[in-house]
Ligand binder design. Structure first.
Ligand SMILES: Cc1ncc(COP(=O)(O)O)c(C=O)c1O
Length: 385
């Protein structure tokens, strides 16, 4: 059996090696390492794939969030609502810009921001909502967009984990993750569903003026070279990464279905298991399974992780601590039990290996060891929910 990894980038690379190597060689030959033609070509191809009006590449997903908030001219003191159960980058850039992160609860089924919690957190200072499409599934965008419209708020979708995911509105219309709010922000970190071989990111928008402002902020605040209209940043996707992403974008549909097949295997093997709660699939959104995340019931998570590791099965905890318990976000201002769903998830989630090249032998091995551990240990000390 091939070694199991959380993300098997080596096997994925081997499958497309000739295409990737040729694309890299082309950039080396051109020596246009910055602003080579591949950057714009990739942006246009990604816009066509997602249906976004404009795609503006940048250096990483964290920059994308920051540039989005700068382009929307959010000001110190403005409140921005996001989920407490997520990766820190989202709240980090809010705080970094002097804005106030307002953390709220997530939905227990999708793990994405709960629209009712958003609504309850709105104050006269609220300017934006940042839903994170966590683990590969869109947040409840229909309700969030309606709340945003009613309260005159911006919506920045963080789709770093959900590129290619499709959301269906109640009138039957469909849109891709990142194309529904004012701006979508994404990351091309190597392990992402569309990942490059270094750092990369992008912003999506359907609004031409916003697209121009985003471009300006990402380019030192200049529309015309050496004329700086606003304080900006330097955030570029380099040509090598764009060339790699052009190749990988052609395979994104395959990558999504490969992940969905892995998830379907896990689902079938573990559905109804008393100790493993499989991820809920929201009928409104396709799930592109950036992560396959179980909730453990009546099992000791650390013991299970250790047991799996002894069998050479990696696993990860996304995320062990909600943002409201992080020192950086003023944990002293929050109380235990304030966001019980997020706090509970942090205690019981476990993400299994998922990647585009996993085979049935690996999956059967993982599942048999999960079941074996549960059989031996389900009466052991209970943690989680
Ligand atoms: C939800 C989310 N937002 C933002 C980011 C930041 O992306 P990057 O690492 O490219 O800065 C990540 C990366 O892990 C993420 O998962």
């Amino acid at each position: 059996m091939r070694a199991i990894q959380m993300v098997d980038l080596q096997s994925q690379y081997q499958r497309v090696k000739p295409e990737i190597d040729a694309a890299i060689q082309e950039v080396l030959d051109s020596t246009k390492f910055i602003k080579g033609p591949q950057v714009e070509e990739f942006a246009n191809q990604l816009a066509a794939y997602t249906g976004a009006g404009y795609v503006i590449p940048c250096a990483n997903g964290t920059d994308a969030l920051q540039i989005a908030m700068m382009a929307l001219k959010l000001k110190p003191g403005d409140e921005v609502i996001t989920a407490t159960f997520t990766y820190a980058a989202t709240a980090e850039v809010i705080a970094l810009l002097g804005l106030t992160p307002v953390l709220v609860e997530v939905d227990p089924n999708t793990f994405c921001i709960d629209p009712s919690a958003v609504e309850a957190a709105i104050t006269p200072k609220t300017k934006a909502i940042v839903p994170v499409h966590l683990f590969g599934q869109c947040a409840d965008m229909e309700r969030l967009l309606e709340i945003a419209k009613r309260n005159n708020l911006y919506v920045i979708e963080d789709l770093a984990q959900a590129i290619g995911s499709v959301y269906t509105f109640s009138n039957g219309s469909q849109k891709q993750a990142g194309t529904m709010g004012h701006i979508g922000t994404t990351s091309f970190f190597p392990s992402k569903n569309l990942g490059c071989y270094g750092d990369g990111g992008a912003m999506f928008t359907n609004d031409i003026e916003l697209a121009q402002d985003i471009k300006m902020v990402a380019n030192h605040g200049q529309r015309v070279q050496y004329f700086h209209d606003v304080i900006g940043v330097n955030s570029r996707l380099d040509t090598l990464q764009a060339a790699i992403l052009k190749v990988k974008l052609k395979h994104l549909d395959e990558y999504c279905s490969a992940r969905q097949n892995v998830a379907a295997y896990y689902d079938k093997a573990l559905a109804g298991h008393p100790n493993y709660k499989i991820p809920t699939r929201d009928p409104k959104s396709t799930h592109v399974f950036h992560q396959y995340t179980l909730q453990l019931c009546g099992l000791n998570r650390e013991e299970l992780k250790k047991y799996l590791a002894e069998k050479s099965i990696p696993s990860m905890i996304y995320y062990p601590l909600p943002l409201h318990f992080q020192k950086a976000f003023g944990s002293e201002n929050y109380t235990t039990g304030q966001f019980p769903i997020s706090e509970g998830l942090c205690k019981c989630v476990l993400s299994l290996p998922i990647s585009t090249e996993m085979d049935e032998e690996q999956l059967a091995y993982i599942v048999s060891h999960l079941k074996e551990f549960a059989e031996i240990n389900s009466n052991a000390e209970q943690t989680g929910n």
